[in-house]
Design a protein around this ligand. Structure first.
Ligand code: FAD
Length: 477
């Protein structure tokens, strides 16, 4: 049954105002269009916006936010809406700002290696543009569907194929242009001086007012994203490992060797050869497979790196670590070397649900975080599916706990929310920080946080967003 069209006077007045700002074609209050934005595959509750608006310019965003402020209407920004943790669900209803129309790649500077992009530019779009025009450069690209936003990935500390060497995507932002909730436009980074977007050095850095806030402090309209030299040759090596402790030993050595482009630690449930949804580990299956990706500018460089990895593994074997190299099927190797990689584990259970909580933890804590994650998942009757990846030469390791689930089963949804809360609590107790936590998990994070840290968050929020219109529900603000 279609929902009755909104008829109350204020709604039609606001609809008219929004139409005046963006044009009739780019605003809707029709339920069939609003419904699409009301949820995502995560276990978070849905909420339908009253209006969906697709602005085309910075000025239109300014006008929309001024209107929202006058009328005290919540505003939630969204690019791809694919974080799988409810970060773009429009809690509080109000206006869902779909940013996809703002899709210009404004500048690519080949010498200083950056691209200035608008907030609707997708990872697929930037990838194709670079391949066509600057084939020697690439950027930190998540293995997410290519309809996700470049800027939204940077906002949430997302990770990509160069994160082991260069850090996560938020480390690679040179500057931002932001429409504040009250409608002013600010710039931070060298672009604040008006001439170039090449660096975030050396002014006071306001990037932190917008990264990690999930849209609660303003709408980022442009960003300068670092580009990096693209290697000409890449290859992958594959290992079976039975014990998590052995994996950590190897990981600590491999990361410091700086020989690898990327490293994946996959639980048997999500191994690189096959994805499993079965309660028992198949006979002969190792607990973990480790995929090591190597790259270089020449065959000689690649061979040198392969030798280095081989030596580390040899030494580990001598020290009693159990690890075995194996030849992966060609198709798997090709898949592993694709950017983004095809990931086929989120739809293993019917019912449309998929959520994964990442936790950034100290690399040495990875083994414990892995085992405790298994315990928690098993206790609630879920099959575990863990993937861990070290970032920034091993300064950090991200461990992702992935759960396909049946969204139509309320009991299962409730259980999953408990699993995610427990995993969050466990990871924080191991010194970790949850990555892209859902609103449910954010509450657990804030319970652990220093009260003065939380107070400062509240003060900043009130300063930037005095009427509390932006992304209600995120960080409980
Ligand atoms: C199969 C699969 C694989 C994945 N693999 C990876 C991976 O390898 N690495 C990785 O990092 N992630 C991965 N992800 C997670 C996720 O898809 C990505 O992190 C992606 O970058 C999210 O982008 P989005 O455009 O969907 O974000 P959205 O959900 O649209 O936005 C994210 C948050 O930012 C806010 N926001 C969006 N745009 C703006 C703006 N302009 N200004 C202010 N706030 C804004 C939103 O309100 C929301 O809170 C994966 C997801 C899937 C489904």
């Amino acid at each position: 049954m279609p929902e009755k069209k909104l008829v109350d006077a204020s709604n039609s007045r606001i609809l008219k105002s929004l139409e005046k700002i963006v044009g009739k074609n780019f605003v809707t209050d029709r339920i069939e269009e609003r419904y699409y934005y009301s949820s995502d595959p995560s276990a978070e509750e849905s909420c339908t916006p009253k209006f969906v608006v697709m602005p085309g310019t910075v000025e239109e965003i300014q006008e929309i936010l001024r209107l929202a402020n006058r009328e005290k209407i919540p505003v939630t920004p969204r690019a791809g809406g694919l974080t799988l943790s409810g970060l773009a669900i429009p809690y509080g209803g109000g206006i869902l700002l779909d940013l996809k129309r703002m899709d210009k790649i404004i500048e690519v500077n080949e010498d200083s290696m950056y691209a200035v992009v608008e907030c609707g530019v997708t990872t697929g779009q930037l990838k194709t543009f670079l391949e066509d025009n600057y084939p020697n450069l690439w950027f930190c690209q998540p293995h997410a569907p290519q309809s996700v936003g470049v800027i939204s990935n940077a906002i949430i500390y997302g990770a990509g194929q160069i994160s082991l060497g260069q850090g996560v995507s938020s480390d690679m932002v040179n500057g931002l242009e932001v429409v504040l909730p009250t409608g002013e436009v600010i710039r931070t980074g060298s672009c604040a001086l008006g001439k170039s977007w090449f660096t975030k050095y050396c002014l006071p850095d306001f990037m932190g007012l917008f990264l990690g806030w999930f849209g609660a402090t303003g709408i980022i309209t442009k960003a300068s994203i670092q580009l990096w030299p693209k290697p000409s040759i890449r290859d992958a090596m594959f290992y079976k490992i039975d014990r998590v402790e052995d994996t950590v030993e190897i990981l600590l050595k491999l990361t410091k060797s700086e020989a690898c482009e990327d490293i994946y630690i996959n639980s048997w449930t999500g191994t690189s050869t096959k994805r499993f949804y079965t309660p028992e580990k198949p006979e002969g299956m190792p607990e973990i497979t480790m995929d090591v990706i190597l790259s270089g500018k020449s065959q000689e460089e690649l061979d040198l790196k392969k030798r280095k990895v081989g030596e580390i593994i040899e030494k580990a074997l001598e020290e009693g670590v159990k690890v075995e190299e194996f030849e992966a099927p060609l198709l798997l190797k090709i898949g592993m070397l694709m950017v983004p990689q095809p990931l086929a584990f989120m739809d293993l259970m019917l019912g449309g649900g998929a959520e994964y909580l990442g936790c950034y933890i100290p690399t040495e804590a990875m083994g414990t975080a892995y085992k405790k994650g298994v315990e928690i998942a098993k206790r609630y009757g879920f099959q575990y599916l863990h993937v861990a990846r070290p970032f920034r030469t091993g300064h950090v390791t991200g461990i992702m706990y992935a759960f396909p689930f049946d969204k139509k089963n309320p009991e299962m949804v409730e259980k999953l929310l408990n699993v995610l809360k427990e995993i969050c609590d466990m990871a924080i107790n191991l010194g970790g920080v949850p990555w892209k936590p859902s609103p449910t998990v954010q509450k657990v994070v804030l319970e652990h946080a220093d009260p003065e840290f939380v107070n400062l968050m509240k003060k900043i929020k009130t300063l930037l967003d005095p009427n509390g219109i932006m992304a209600p529900g995120q960080w409980g603000l």
